[in-house]
Ligand binder design. Structure first.
Ligand code: DLL
Length: 434
């Protein structure tokens, strides 16, 4: 049913040989078909013939989000327009959106990767998969949809939003697997509780959550509230969408689909490749993408790689949780912090809800002297006496100080006051946006 299942457990030597052959072929294609790459290769003084081993990858130039913008909309495409069967796009924070065209071959490959991804996390053809990722230009909805169908499961294409209806369908259609962002999983739980429903009493057993950074503490919280195993899944529009990597039920890093994606971790300042285990920026080269192959794409996502074989038997390298995006990093009085670190401190404390917002002054780009964190407190704490609130505030301040080495103003807010989003949560806001 799933194509190439043996690739997941291939001896490293054979996998690397496969990667090299695919890399050599792809490098030749982009050199011949995409003027942008030919020019970038020329500037580096490299030709496809220089790629003799996998370590020759470092001879190739990087590609960045900016290159996508500069070549908007179709300048990075390697096939004629009549071979494109679908186009996705992601909004991007500034300027032009990222355009992601797919051939029929790409859609087939992606569906296979996503079927394998769902299977790796423990889903089977007997599952009822409720897909609450947004359908449309976002790759989440259709990416999961095609993968779930390819797996042979039943898909309920709810898309995001209309949460009450989601809960009814989830109950009545006996959904076993939910796919959504971690922040939407919390909204589902909250809405269900308002309706007098405990999601732990439903058939739900598994969730595939990604598209935004989330902490291990957040996972624990979601698993407890929904009564599920929550699997982390990673991907991005520029590369394919969801499916670049996924956890197996051992939950110790996301296995990268290395037969399709060649990964490196680099020092974001120098561009130098870092050894396994060190944290840095993830760089991805697509090995099988047809419409828009990408060479050494700088994701800005900060991760580390683990090459140890996993207890599940997969030989695929695992990537850590994304600690944050290099452009999301806050510098508070000289200390580097990622929102997800703040999240793990908050969620380790009793009485705090997993809804929070980090308020910064972005006048000096990402440097902020004043860090303010708004945190929702639980109903119990909120309805209790003032002293308890003050103690909680003090405890949060101290924890933040001792764990992250930064002091922050903590503002405790009433339950349900922080805005809920159906897709990706916005954790960091500029004071001017309030
Ligand atoms: O978010 C694709 C996706 C859909 C992944 C559904 C997983 C599930 P983009 O909108 O292009 O694509 O956003 C990509 O989101 O560079 C990361 O910064 C972040 N991201 C994605 N997955 C994770 C994750 C989709 N599991 C950007 N953990 C990436 C942390 C993630 N960050």
């Amino acid at each position: 049913m799933i194509r190439d299942p043996e690739h997941e457990k291939m001896p490293r030597k054979d996998l690397e040989q496969l990667q090299l052959e695919r890399l050599q072929a792809k490098v030749r294609v982009v050199y011949e078909k995409v003027p942008f790459y030919r020019q970038a290769f020329k500037e580096k003084g490299v030709t496809p013939d220089d790629i003799q081993t996998l370590s020759d990858l470092t001879k190739l130039p990087f590609t960045s989000k900016l290159d996508f913008r500069d070549n908007y909309p179709f300048g990075l495409m390697a096939v004629p327009h009549d071979q494109v069967v679908r186009i996705h796009s992601s909004s991007g924070t500034t300027g032009k959106p990222i355009i992601a065209p797919y051939t029929q071959g790409d859609i087939d490959t992606w569906s296979e990767i996503m079927a394998r991804t769902l299977a790796a996390g423990g889903a089977t053809k007997d599952d009822v998969i409720q897909n609450a990722y947004g359908y449309g230009l976002f790759t989440g909805g259709l990416g999961f949809h095609y993968g779930a169908e390819r797996l042979g499961a039943s898909v309920i294409p709810t898309s995001g939003g209309n949460t009450k209806r989601q809960i009814l369908l989830l109950q009545d259609l006996e959904t076993t697997v939910i796919t959504c962002t971690p922040s939407y999983a919390l909204i589902l739980d909250e809405t269900a509780k308002d309706m007098g429903i405990d999601l732990r009493d439903t058939k739900l057993r598994l969730g595939f959550m990604g598209a935004e950074p989330w902490s291990e503490q957040m996972r624990g919280d979601i698993e407890e509230r929904l009564g599920i195993l929550a699997i982390n899944i990673y991907g991005l529009t520029e590369i394919i969408g969801p499916g670049v990597s996924v956890e197996c039920p051992y939950k110790c890093g996301m296995h990268i689909a290395e037969d399709h994606f060649l990964v490196e971790v680099i020092n974001p300042e120098t561009g130098e490749q870092l050894p396994y285990g060190e944290e840095g920026e993830l760089v991805i080269t697509t090995l099988t993408k047809e419409a828009q192959p990408v060479i050494r794409f700088r994701t800005k996502d900060i991760v580390s790689l683990n090459p140890e074989p996993c207890d599940c038997g997969r030989t695929l390298v695992r990537m850590s949780r994304v600690t944050g995006r290099s452009d999301d990093m806050l510098i508070v009085r000289g200390v580097n912090v990622f929102p997800s670190q703040i999240e793990s401190v908050l969620l380790a404390i009793e009485g705090v809800e997993p809804h929070y917002m980090i308020v910064v002054d972005r006048q000096h780009v990402f440097k902020s002297d004043e860090l303010e964190i708004w945190v929702e407190v639980s109903e119990e704490v909120f309805s209790d006496e003032m002293l308890k609130m003050e103690n909680l505030e003090q405890r949060l301040r101290e924890e933040m100080d001792s764990v992250l080495g930064i002091s922050a103003h903590i503002k405790l807010v009433e339950p349900k006051t922080i805005a809920r989003t159906e897709g990706k949560a916005k954790r960091v806001v500029d004071r001017s946006e309030l």
